[in-house]
Design a protein around this ligand. Structure first.
Ligand SMILES: Cc1cc2nc3c(=O)[nH]c(=O)nc-3n(C[C@H](O)[C@H](O)[C@H](O)COP(=O)(O)OP(=O)(O)OC[C@H]3O[C@@H](n4cnc5c(N)ncnc54)[C@H](O)[C@@H]3O)c2cc1C
Ligand SMILES: *[C@@H]1O[C@H](CO)[C@@H](O)[C@H](O)[C@H]1NC(C)=O
Ligand SMILES: *[C@@H]1O[C@H](CO)[C@@H](O)[C@H](O)[C@H]1NC(C)=O
Ligand SMILES: *[C@@H]1O[C@H](CO)[C@@H](O)[C@H](O)[C@H]1NC(C)=O
Length: 433
């Protein structure tokens, strides 16, 4: 039993998906893990991500939750407001969600404690072939390319994944990257920046997440870092990307364009956006792709944004990458032998357990965006009636799926690692090789 622990696993990419996979595998006893990352170090964009409770459970098991827990900011209320006049459309008690945030650095620090994990920065990596065992090619920044053999390759190489293209090409299918037509600004204001504006200070000191919604765009904001920082992000049509090459995902935005995008929003939102220093506006293009026919080719599997990029409206992208990691660690560590066909079966179980759930969330995030961004008309009236009913009845469907009780239950109430263990046990009883 547990022959899986002797596997040599190569991970491509040291984003959240790659780091969480490396850590989860090491914690499950797998003792040879090589992580290749094209970047020179972990200089991540952005300050942190929201940590939903479903990823908390997994991070706890991986022993890197403590440092994060100390930074918790508890949000009790969600307020949905009409962008034009700040009128409250709905107000939802969501005290059961404790918003915490962390950066991939906590995962990296935990990985560095594990002897099993070796990091190779400045090293681009891709798949060369995978029959019967995967062969990968590493191209160091300043050196000659070399090939290596692994038992398993996990491609956590992000939305632009080259391994995904490779797998799909081999299978002779394509899944196009689709343009969501949306992009996002991410902004953090400090207490000092907001200090002279009582209305803003009140927002910073609240236990509230606020969403201002308007046609084709919205702004979501809440206090983080023990209320020393107000975290704002937007979604809006990506017209400023029109001229950018299709490979571009982030761009230095113009403040003028940003203000122009939200010129119909109420004064407090405009004042907040106006506080962003010139030259510090960063705009993200939000890309997704159609569901893939498979996440697995032989002993190679896709992880994270490489296989399920999700619009940020549910704040679940990173959480889903961490669920991938937790499930992969369970199924691989339980393998009774190291034959490629057993590994492939374990990876297929990973795909079976993760694909439908991740894709459901991809769809829900997109649906939520559509509902939030409705323009005037019958549909919007219907939506606003639902928002109002939530205040009156304290229950019912929420058009903002991030706040919908049923969706929350589905996301938070599922222990994917436990399910993976049960599923793997069942498979082992029948015989996996
Ligand atoms: C505006 C915005 C807001 C978001 N907010 C949230 C949120 O609040 N909560 C949340 O859970 N998620 C959020 N997300 C999503 C989240 O950031 C992603 O889902 C998550 O980071 C994906 O991690 P990943 O490891 O799969 O991919 P990535 O983070 O893209 O990592 C891929 C890594 O692979 C490396 N790489 C690529 N190709 C190669 C190669 N050939 N060789 C070696 N290395 C390679 C890259 O350099 C990179 O480091 C947000 C996303 C956006 C755009
Ligand atoms: C990556 O390469 C850069 C430039 O050569 C170098 O400064 C950096 O130290 C390298 N990173 C690592 C982790 O070796
Ligand atoms: C800030 O808000 C954006 C949008 O909700 C989110 O993606 C990001 O993770 C948040 N950052 C923190 C630190 O919560
Ligand atoms: C958070 O801020 C409050 C009020 O300023 C302070 O009393 C508390 O110690 C802070 N907590 C942490 C963990 O920094």
């Amino acid at each position: 039993m547990d022959e899986g622990q002797g596997l040599h696993v190569v991970i491509i990419g040291a984003g959240i998906g790659g780091l969480a996979s490396a850590l989860a595998l090491a914690k499950h006893g797998i003792h040879r893990i090589d992580v290749y990352e094209v970047a020179s170090n972990l200089g991540f964009v952005g300050a942190g991500i929201q940590l939903a409770p479903n990823m908390v459970r997994i991070l706890q098991r991986l022993g890197c939750w403590e440092p994060i827990a100390r930074e918790a900011t508890e949000l009790k209320i969600a307020s949905i407001r009409q962008s034009s006049d700040d009128k409250e459309l709905s107000r939802v008690d969501f005290a059961h969600i404790e918003e915490r945030y962390g950066t991939p650095h906590m995962l990296y620090n935990a990985c560095k404690e594990e002897k099993a994990i070796s990091f190779h920065f400045n090293s681009s990596c891709t798949i060369k072939s995978w029959e019967p065992r995967p062969v990968y090619t590493v191209t160091p920044l300043d050196g000659a390319p070399y090939d290596g053999h692994a038992d398993v390759v996990l491609a956590a190489d992000g939305i632009k994944s080259s391994v995904r293209s490779r797998i799909l090409k081999e299978l002779d299918v394509d899944a196009e990257i689709t343009d969501s037509g949306q992009s996002a600004y991410r902004i953090m204001l400090t207490r000092a920046q907001m200090a002279n504006d009582p209305e803003m200070l009140e927002l910073l000191e609240s236990d509230q997440v606020t969403r201002w919604i308007g046609e084709q765009r919205h702004v979501i904001a809440y206090p983080i870092s023990n209320k020393t920082i107000y975290n704002i992000s937007t979604a809006h049509p990506d017209i400023h990307f029109a001229a950018a090459p299709s490979a571009t995902y982030t761009t230095r935005g113009s403040k003028e364009d940003m203000l122009d995008s939200f010129k119909d929003f109420c004064p407090v939102v405009q004042r907040m956006l106006n506080l962003v220093p010139d030259g510090e506006v960063c705009e993200w293009k939000l890309r997704v792709h159609s569901p893939l026919p498979t996440w697995v080719g032989g002993c190679v599997a896709l992880v994270g944004d490489a296989c399920h990029p999700t619009l940020p409206h549910l704040a679940q992208g990173a959480a889903q990458a961490i669920e991938d990691a937790g499930v992969l660690a369970v199924v691989l560590s339980m393998l009774p032998n190291q034959s490629p066909s057993s590994i492939n079966k374990a990876l297929k179980i990973y795909e079976f357990l993760r694909k439908e759930r991740a894709e459901t969330l991809v769809d829900l995030a997109a649906a939520s965006g559509r509902a939030l961004h409705l323009g005037e008309g019958a549909e919007r009236e219907q939506r606003d009636k639902q928002f109002a009913a939530l205040v009156r009845l304290k229950k019912g469907p929420n058009p903002d799926k991030y706040l919908d009780a049923e969706v929350q239950e589905m996301i938070m109430g599922t222990d994917v690692m436990k399910i993976a263990q049960d599923e793997m046990r069942r498979a082992l009883e029948v015989g996996i090789d």
